[in-house]
Design a protein around this ligand. Sequence first.
Ligand SMILES: [Zn+2]
Length: 497
Amino acid sequence: MAAPTQTLGDLRRQSTRLRPVKQEIRDNLVRKLQANERLFPGIIGYEETVVPQLVNAILSRHNFILLGLRGQAKSRILRGLVDLLDDQIPVVPGCEIHDNPLAPLCAACRARVAEEGDRLAIGWLPRDARFVEKLATPDVTIADMVGDIDPIKAAQAGLNLSDELTMHYGLLPRANRGIFAINELPDLAGKIQVGLFNILQEGDVQVKGYPIRLRLDVLLVFTANPEDYTARGKIITPLKDRIGSEIRTHYPTTRHHAMAITRQEAWTDRAGGLKLDIPEYVREVVEEVAFQARGDRKIDKRSGVSQRLPITALELVVSNAERRAMRNNEQIVVPRVTDLYAALPSITGKFELEYEGELRGAEQIARDLIRAAVGHVFGGRFEGADTRTVTEWFDLGGSLPLSDSSAADEVIKLTAGVQGLRELAVRAGLPPGAPAPAVASAIDFVLEGLYAQKKISRNEERGYSANDEAPRRPSRREEAALDDEIRMPTGKKKYYN
Ligand SMILES: [Zn+2]
């Protein structure tokens, strides 16, 4: 290993190449492609769609924009670009715009290089420090984005300025020799877009009427909601023209991909906690809630349903199961599908409602989604299963007072007399000798599945009179009424009957 490069003289002797950032990123990408390395680790389900387009944009040295709805990993992809930068680059120490010692832009650095020459000490900038991110909002100013000058100093320096000595740098110059990501580009005011365009196009910009020359070296990347981006007048045409590639993102196309993302992102590995075992059907139902929501006409399609919905829902599902296990002194935590009702706080804020949905209310919509999701997953797993012996038990007047805080042993004891229920629970994927909390969870899945398929009914509070009810199937009208009145707040009793 050569001695660390410490001076401008060292750099000059190594004949270090002057490489624009887009070329640097391209070179590193080329090397990864040739080595068959996995690109964008942690990004799941985009291998055949988004990633190839990203690769092409980078190979083409384009500025690009990711167009997609919320929760489609857009910001994450942009942050992942950091992996394509060199580990570190030489800079003039202390320079706010990370000037290249071989070709400094700012007057101060040029003066230092002229004065100190080969003896100039250089610094090294790690790649993490070369990513600047900004969420666009209508109140972002040119001063925030490009910078500001002191008009008095500027006047003293002379009208024909083009001198940065008086400049206070904004975010974009500070991203010099790096990546500048602007999220939600359409929210940026038109005149700021003009400023961005001028920098891109000419390397010149006007600040408070004074022309400033900044030949920045930046990879510009953006995100936007597709509808906002294409709406007339939201993006000034010349800026749009300078964005080399528009790349569409999307939600996971399969439940399998979606589950993999949620498994990766959700915080379930809780050190110091009890042993956790999340049944596969619980993961499926959590994921299916998002799929149901994305297909629901009462939910606004233009804003989408974030993948953060299943991620945060799974976290609350696990927490509710933890809470139950601790309260009942159980040593193993096994979430149940009905724990999803305790996850409503993570669901109701993750979508925007259409008018029809607003009439029904976010909470009721969320409950409908959970029920539909359970029904869907249950229907898939139990296709062709004979559930009659179980439903007959209810038809004959049986009822089960259960709640999401019921201990596993209690669930098992209360349901012991229901013929055929245990067999169905095994079919849910219960291994032989499974611990009580796993058995209880499987039983819960079967009961909630039958309820979702309207083969049995469920209510709370009113349900305390369930034993007095005549042993008959509820009429269609009653069932419809039940659908509207199902309420199952955490800890409240619910009855299957
Ligand atoms: Zn400088």
